[in-house]
Design a protein around this ligand. Sequence first.
Ligand code: HEC
Length: 169
Amino acid sequence: MQKERTVWLGAAAVVAAAVTALAFAQAPAASTIQFPAGYRNWTHVKSMVIHDKAHPLFDAFGGIHHVYVNERGAQALRQENPKYPDGSIFVFDLLEARLESGAYVEGSRKVLAVMVKDSRKYAATGGWGFEAFAGGDPSRRAVQDAATECFQCHAAQKATDYVFSKWRP
Ligand code: HEC
């Protein structure tokens, strides 16, 4: 009887350990995407002002944003059907927009969003890793689950390798 009880407890412990391991395996791991130091010297792709709730992205992306691409991605961006090589990086730099005397001027930085191409590492999200840094602060990572928070929306842009921005000469 004593022996049976020990075996049963042992089995229960194994099951508990397995369940714990599974729970950790399913939780999205914190990304290791680096803060894109130097992006202000990259190619400026485009800018946009989202200033009114009439725009569906106003709550999340209201303000003035500028999009940048690094040298590796800049080549592909100029193609008609871009296919970005690994190492391509896009930055979405979002600042507050303040209306001053009839002009929208930049306020403080709200968030710096990043997309990094690594087709093997990020195969589940179109080959892109997604991260966002709150306030543009390298220590304040803001993405918990890139698949639902970011890729779900970018997925619609499959034809342009999941990138919305297009090159305007
Ligand atoms: C609801 C849709 C939506 C979600 C969710 C979304 N994005 Fe985007 N993203 C856009 C749109 C639209 C643009 C293009 C903006 C423009 O044209 O100026 C964009 C542009 C970008 C760009 C510039 C490259 C490109 O595709 O043009 C980056 C980088 C980016 N997003 C990162 C992220 C990250 C990181 C997340 C998750 C935290 C995220 N996005 C979530 C819609 C979305």
